[in-house]
Design a protein around this ligand. Structure first.
Ligand SMILES: [Zn+2]
Ligand SMILES: [Zn+2]
Length: 173
């Protein structure tokens, strides 16, 4: 490819964030909007039973503060990143699937490891969906991703989750 650099007006790059659908039920239901080059990633659950590979846009991390994500992750919010269409491949293990029904009636298949419980992805509840909402924490290259570009369901966010900069910091537990 070429090394030509194209300057994008700032109003155009902010427009990208506005193109997301605003009536979604979870972070993984968002319409994919590609802003970066495809990045190959690998991932696994905590016990190593489930392994997978995919390609993602490393700038597409999203946060969901909905109460379903709080329950399903067991923590304050979920961080997700969609796989690019047709790139997700399960390499080992068979996830257990939980079908979640949202208030709207929309159904999502949530996959987790049956041995250790690690959330792996959510996807449309049909055979061979094209994209998967991958859970950022399971991806080996997660530290190379850009910061979240959008957070949704802020009405149910735990108030402190918007700013944890005042919490005392330790390099290890
Ligand atoms: Zn959510
Ligand atoms: Zn596992």
């Amino acid at each position: 490819m070429s090394n030509l650099t194209v300057e994008v007006p700032s109003f155009l790059s902010s427009l990208g964030a506005l193109l997301f659908c605003t009536t979604v039920d979870s972070v993984s239901d968002l319409v994919l909007f590609e802003t970066g080059a495809p990045m190959k990633v690998t991932g696994s659950c905590h016990c190593g039973n489930i392994t997978y590979e995919a390609e993602v846009d490393a700038t597409a991390v999203r946060i969901c503060h909905c109460t379903d994500c709080q329950k399903l992750t067991g923590t304050a919010f979920r961080a997700g990143i969609p796989s690019l269409p047709g790139t997700f491949r399960l390499k080992s293990g068979t996830p257990k699937i939980y079908i979640k029904t949202a208030e709207s009636g929309n159904k999502r298949a949530h996959a987790f490891c049956p041995e250790c419980g690690t959330p792996i992805y959510s996807a449309a509840p049909e055979p061979n969906p094209s994209t998967y909402g991958l859970r950022v924490g399971g991806i080996d290259q997660r530290a190379e991703f850009g910061p979240p570009m959008r957070q949704i369901w802020c009405q149910s966010a735990l108030s402190w989750s918007m700013d944890i900069s005042s919490a005392e910091r330790a390099q290890r537990g």
